[in-house]
Design a protein around this ligand. Structure first.
Ligand SMILES: NC(=O)c1ccc[n+]([C@@H]2O[C@H](COP(=O)([O-])OP(=O)(O)OC[C@H]3O[C@@H](n4cnc5c(N)ncnc54)[C@H](O)[C@@H]3O)[C@@H](O)[C@H]2O)c1
Length: 274
């Protein structure tokens, strides 16, 4: 698991990775599929869900079985994690994740479309394959996952889907056009799904993180000038921790969010406004 967990009180710009105390006991024994769970936020989501008694199917191109083993060893007695290799650009891999949930745990209640890629290029130089691969993972991957989830949930009384959008879907930065536009699509797709799936008792929401402490953003933290520029667009003036994004995810899955669908919850230290 490579998400940074440091909570350096001497440096106020560092992420606050201290635990969150929220508890939704109604989720005990439920089952969630998390894509992109081989590292970063997905690995933290799998860990924190399992810690709270929710069973997880963790899928990723690489690392998911290892993450699952580590969590199961650490949290014996809590929720269990089944790790599977899964490519979100392949619809059959989503079906396999669903099957794993049913085989291992007997049900699937929640689906978290978390896998994503974050490529960079000046707009005039974006190679066709970068555009294609970004949309394949960040957009098609979300659609395929939600389709698999919704077909199952529709036949089983409902459920909840959470898509990972980004502040980049509303506040764009230069050299990220493929990513920015893919995340705008995720926001819009979330509304489309919510409208179409509400009558099946399926809630669909998105989380829009800002600048969160994972491998994806390590290059910013390692470049003092880039870090300073990035933090100027964060009113709370620090990096977010994956656990802080988890707080929104956990709420969205819970019964406390039962009348919330089609929402995009920013977890960005206020940066959508800057
Ligand atoms: N870190 C941030 O600051 C930030 C901000 C906004 C949104 N997000 C979004 O949050 C999500 C998680 O980001 P993260 O920071 O943990 O990134 P990360 O790079 O640490 O993890 C992303 C994971 O997705 C996996 N993945 C990529 N392509 C895949 C594919 N085809 N099939 C299956 N898995 C695949 C990767 O292997 C990786 O494990 C992403 O959707 C990202 O766009 C991140």
């Amino acid at each position: 698991m490579t998400a940074t967990t440091a909570n350096d009180q001497t440096n106020p710009t560092r992420a606050d990775a201290s635990p969150i105390s929220a508890s939704y006991p109604e989720l005990l024994g439920t089952v969630a599929v998390v894509t992109g769970a081989g590292r970063g936020m997905g690995a933290v989501f799998a860990t924190e869900l399992a810690r709270r008694g929710i069973n997880v199917v963790a899928g990723d191109l690489a690392g998911a079985p290892e993450v699952a083993t580590q969590i199961n060893d650490e949290l014996a007695g809590a929720g269990r994690v089944a790790g599977r290799r899964a490519d979100v650009t392949n619809p059959a891999d989503h079906d396999a994740l669903l099957r794993a949930g049913l085989d291992e745990f007997g049900r699937v209640d929640f689906w978290i479309n978390n896998a994503g890629v974050f490529p960079q290029a000046e707009f005039t130089d974006i190679p066709p394959d970068q555009l294609t691969s970004t949309y394949q993972v960040n957009v098609n991957g979300v659609v395929y996952g939600a389709q698999t989830a919704a077909r199952h949930m529709r036949a089983n009384g409902g459920g909840a889907i959470v898509n990972m959008a980004s502040v980049a879907g509303v506040r764009v930065r230069a050299t990220r056009a493929a990513y920015n536009s893919s995340k705008a699509a995720v926001r819009h797709l979330t509304a489309c799904m919510a409208v179409e799936l509400g009558s099946d008792n399926i809630r669909v929401n998105a989380i829009a993180p800002g600048f969160v402490d994972t491998e994806m953003t390590r290059w910013v933290r390692e470049d003092p000038a880039a870090l300073d520029r990035a933090l100027r667009t964060v009113p709370l003036h620090r990096v977010g921790a994956p656990i802080e994004v988890f707080g929104a995810l956990y709420f969205l899955l819970s019964d406390s969010a039962r009348y919330i669908t089609g929402a995009v919850i920013p977890v960005d230290g206020g940066s959508q406004h800057v």
